[in-house]
Design a protein around this ligand. Sequence first.
Ligand SMILES: Nc1ncnc2c1ncn2[C@@H]1O[C@H](COP(=O)(O)OP(=O)(O)O)[C@@H](O)[C@H]1O
Ligand SMILES: [Mg+2]
Length: 481
Amino acid sequence: MTKFKKAADFFGSLRWRLILLFLLIGIIPSVLSRAGMLGSYENRAVFIRTSEILSQAKILANQIVSSDYLNSGQTVGEVDVQIEQLSTIYDGRVMIIDDSFHIVRDTYALDNGKTIISEEVMKSFGGEEITKYDAKNRYIEMTLPLIETEEDTGEKYIIGVMMVSVSTDSINLNLEYLSTSTAVIMLTCIFIIGTIAYFVASWLVRPLHKLSRSIEEVQTGYGEDALAVDDYTETKEICEKFNGMIGRMKVLDDSRQEFVSNVSHELKTPLTSMKVLADSINSMENAPVELYQEFMADIGNEVERETKIINDLLSLVKMDKSAADLNISQVNINELVETILKRLKPIAERQKVELVLESFRPVTADVDEVKITLAFTNLIENAIKYNKEDGWVHVSLNADHQYFYLKVEDSGMGIPEDSLEHIFERFYRVDKSHSREIGGTGLGLAITRNAILMHRGAIKVFSTEGEGTIFNVRIPLNYIS
Ligand SMILES: Nc1ncnc2c1ncn2[C@@H]1O[C@H](COP(=O)(O)OP(=O)(O)O)[C@@H](O)[C@H]1O
Ligand SMILES: [Mg+2]
């Protein structure tokens, strides 16, 4: 076995599929829960950080407004320090923008004095408080208006905007740490699940291996004759079916063996006779020519008999093949039966048997002409041969819309009841010596029955000993493949 085939066998095996199934069942939930966990951790952390900074920023915004920070030209040191603190604590940048969009304070000291007109800033001048999380660049940005309330009138003015942007690096750091550690846990889980899956799958498929081993043992002839793997209902069922099949094969094998031994016996009988005839004439000194002629005639008869057996065997073997070997054509059955009767007439006359045909209607059917002729000839020939002197044979042909019926009735010796179920068997003869005397091989009815069954027809026999026999044949008009 090549390496490639081995691998293909493994990946095609039930065991591998089970392992895959277990892994999928085990891994999908953990992958999903890991992704969900990481995602919700990030949301939660950003939310907490945002609200924390927002509240600090609001306090600071109030202080900026109340201390008049924007107008006093950065002289309020106390507020300035707090702005600086917010920036350092949260690792962020704070920018204060006045009503003419000038940056009056930038903790990064990069844009002091510059003008800023961004979307967020404009919105905040409209009174909006904006929070934005940029996951890709890892920062949270907040823009909130600085609102002054007129003491006397209670009117509110927006005198500036405060922008706070803080890095979320610490959150991402945690996130990375969590991600790695859960990945490690997951891989460990996969490994453990995989190992367990391997053993469980091996355990589950073991009965199947056992089954295949047992079949092999039965096949090679070691081990028990019958399979018994009762581990699963399914294997039990397979065993029962298999044992049934083996039983059938045994029956077939027995019948084949019996057939072969019958054939050998039948073929040997004429040969033995010929040997005896030849030996006896040879052992005689100065045997007269007449005796030679007589013996040679006997030997000729035996050769004829041998030929007949072989011909019948060949017919039978042909009929044993599948129905696909049928050579179906439209045949006029009336004509077919008439031809058979004409051919058998000389034999009937010799036996002083009256042969009568009764056709009820014209019949044409889809049949294999050769095989049906053989079948009907055998039936009618039997009716003539196993008859008595001055007896009769009635053949009648009838049909309905589906079948045609052939009935062969005779006034002969009949068939004993206990033989009726055997007459269709190969080589079975009620009276061996009588049958051989009139040239029977015991194969005729077996051939007949096979030919009829190939046409999906049926044959039945009724007989009373000493009175006569009736064979009824029914064959479909249209061949059903
Ligand atoms: N019409 C019949 N009347 C009496 N016996 C019959 C008839 N047909 C068949 N049998 C019996 O059935 C046996 C089997 O018939 P068959 O298979 O044709 O073999 P055989 O070569 O002996 O004719 C015959 O040997 C005979 O004993
Ligand atoms: Mg016969």
